[in-house]
Each structure stands twice: as structure tokens, then as C-alpha cells.
Design a protein around this ligand. Structure first.
Ligand code: PMV
Length: 325
């Protein structure tokens, strides 16, 4: 079969972890120390087209119409697919990110999930969701979960074969939304890869995190099955703060939150004092995601408008899994 001029396009949505992954036991294969749970979002996604071409002497990539010059992580990822499919051609990769790149809004999750889907299909592999999830994991841990819509769990496993994500519930039954406040769309100073390594090696609380996260995972899973929004929101917020306390307790200490993140947290506390139920979660960047039910979106938005411009406030519902376009 000739693979030339057979471009394949895939779309993957970002996911936000309700129970976070923080720390690897295998850096190269990206095997995590703890399992995690996420919600895939409809608002943020990546679309990627891959075309293998006999005339190319290396992979080339365009992201949002700009040529990407340092593509080592992409080439390494493409090598995994070339090995799996026994092909030795290079590819042209054209990607559009509908996510602020590298600001804790999981562009690496949707990016590597879309790349895994488009590349494997363009290479003639017909991977099922589990195989795709394992492949996406090799690009970025959080991408493991972006294969699925709705709620997904990345089962940590112990090796390349048994570390992958599964769907927990899709379509989602719970009335759940995430409001993202885009505070900073600059790439982060400390990558999650580097941050995790510092935490694992130096935070005296890392063992406690592993233990607690195992409990948080069960609580959130039960909350999903029981349609218990309160238990889900509370536990997701606590789990996020437990992750950020690892960054503070590391040596050297580092911090992803900024003063605007704290401002959002204060708004959320003010909303709760007024009886409006909502919770917050943050990843390896300053942006805050608010977990809420549909009936409260308007009130939460008008509170946030006191401090932030409307275009910084993005409302997401649960999103779908991988799609070929
Ligand atoms: O997959 P990475 O390297 O982008 O790491 C993701 C880490 C968190 O977003 C903070 C947590 C998670 O589980 O998504």
C-alpha cells in the first residue's frame, strides 16, 4: 500500500484532571506513580493532519501556520510509530491548536492524542482505543486520557503494556461544566516534566501524596457513578491543592500559581459564601478551571467579570473522544 498523499486528520480534545498525575516511575516510557481521572472538554482541541512522503528527508511540522523548528519530541514520537508500522518515511505534520499553548490548559494532551491518532492511521496501523491511549502516553502523560470523551481513568500500570486509560463514563450523566479563566497564555517556565522530577526527588510529602491520591481516585470514581457533584467538586479541588503543595515543598521550591490565580480563588470563595456551589482546579500553569453546574454559570461569570475581561472566560461542557475528520 502506498502511504503517500494519503493525509489523515484527527481531532482530540483536551482533558482536565480531577485527580492529578504528578510523578513518573519511568521517565522514558512515561509510567506514572499514581492513577488519575479526567474530564474531556468540548471547548479546547487540536486538529492534526499527517502525511507520509517519500520525498522528505526529515519530519516537518507546522503549528498554527508557523514552522516548528525544534521538533525533537515530535520526531521521537514519530520514530515510535515508524517502528510499530515498519515504515521508514518521514511525514509532514500540520497542526492547529484551539488551546492556549503550554499554559496549563493541556495543549500537550490534545496535541499528542491527535498526533497519535493521525500518525498511526496514516502509517496504516489500525489501533483500538487502548492501543492509541498507550501510544499517546509516549508523547505526554495527560494525552493518555484524551483518547476518550467524558470521564476517563488512566490506570497507572507498571510497564508499557499495562499503563493506559479507559473510559469511565461517556456521555457524561452529571450536570458538570468547567469555566477556564485564561490568565496567561505564555509557555510555562517550569515544564511539568521538570516539576514532577523535582517533586518526586525532593518533596518530603511525596509519599503522602501517593497514598492520598489513591483515596481521592476512589472518591471521585464513586462520585461519578453516584452522580454526586458535591463530592466530585470538593475532592477535585483538594486533590489539586495537594498537588500544588508538592511544588511548594520541593527543593528548590517552585510555584505555578500567580496573583491572578489567587484572585480567582478568592472570587470562588466569595461565591460559595453566597451559597453558589463551585470548585477550582489548577494544573502546571496559572490558569484556574472552575467546576460548576449549569444553573450557576451566569452568576459565576458575573462575579468573574468584576476582575477579568469577558474573552478570558471560557465555558466548557464535557467533550468527545478522538474523531477522524
Ligand atoms: O502530561 P503532562 O506532562 O502535561 O503532565 C500533566 C500534569 C497535570 O496536568 C498537572 C496533571 C494531569 O493529570 O493532567
Amino acid at each position: 500500500m502506498s502511504l503517500d498523499n494519503n493525509p489523515i486528520t484527527a481531532r482530540a480534545h483536551t482533558n482536565i484532571a480531577l485527580v492529578k498525575y504528578w510523578g513518573k516511575k519511568d521517565e522514558k516510557l512515561i509510567i506514572p506513580n499514581n492513577s488519575s481521572i479526567s474530564l474531556t472538554l468540548d471547548e479546547f482541541y487540536t486538529e492534526t493532519t499527517v502525511n507520509f512522503d517519500d520525498n522528505l528527508h526529515q519530519d516537518i511540522m507546522y503549528l498554527d501556520n508557523k514552522k516548528v523548528n525544534s521538533i525533537k519530541s515530535i520526531t521521537n514520537f514519530m520514530d515510535i510509530v515508524r517502528n510499530l508500522s515498519n515504515i521508514n518515511k518521514f511525514a509532514k505534520i500540520i497542526s492547529y491548536n484551539h488551546v492556549p499553548t503550554s499554559a496549563g490548559l493541556a495543549s500537550s494532551a490534545s496535541g499528542f492524542a491527535a498526533l497519535a491518532a493521525a500518525t498511526s492511521k496514516a502509517a496504516g496501523l489500525n489501533l483500538n482505543d487502548k492501543e492509541l491511549s498507550k501510544l499517546a502516553r509516549r508523547g505526554s502523560g495527560s494525552a493518555t486520557r484524551s483518547i476518550y470523551g467524558g470521564f476517563a481513568e488512566w490506570k497507572k500500570g507498571t510497564n508499557d503494556k499495562n499503563s493506559y486509560a479507559v473510559s469511565i463514563q461517556n456521555p457524561v450523566k452529571m450536570d458538570i461544566n468547567m469555566i477556564a479563566i485564561i490568565l496567561d497564555n505564555q509557555p510555562k517556565k517550569i515544564s511539568s516534566r521538570k516539576g514532577m522530577k523535582i517533586s518526586v526527588n525532593t518533596s518530603p510529602y511525596y509519599n503522602a501524596w501517593e497514598k492520598q491520591t489513591t483515596k481521592d481516585l476512589e472518591t471521585v470514581k464513586d462520585a461519578i457513578y453516584n452522580n454526586d457533584f458535591t463530592a466530585l467538586g470538593k475532592t477535585a479541588e483538594l486533590n489539586s491543592m495537594r498537588m500544588h503543595s508538592l511544588t511548594l515543598s520541593s527543593d528548590p521550591s517552585y510555584l505555578y500559581l500567580n496573583k491572578d490565580s489567587l484572585l480567582v480563588i478568592n472570587h470562588i470563595k466569595a461565591l460559595r459564601d453566597k451559597g453558589i456551589e463551585c470548585y477550582y482546579t489548577m494544573d502546571a500553569g496559572p490558569n484556574v478551571k472552575i467546576i460548576c453546574q449549569s444553573k450557576n454559570i451566569k452568576k459565576i461569570k458575573s462575579e468573574l467579570l468584576q476582575s477579568f475581561d469577558e474573552e478570558k472566560i471560557k465555558i466548557s461542557k464535557p467533550g468527545e473522544g478522538i474523531k477522524y475528520l
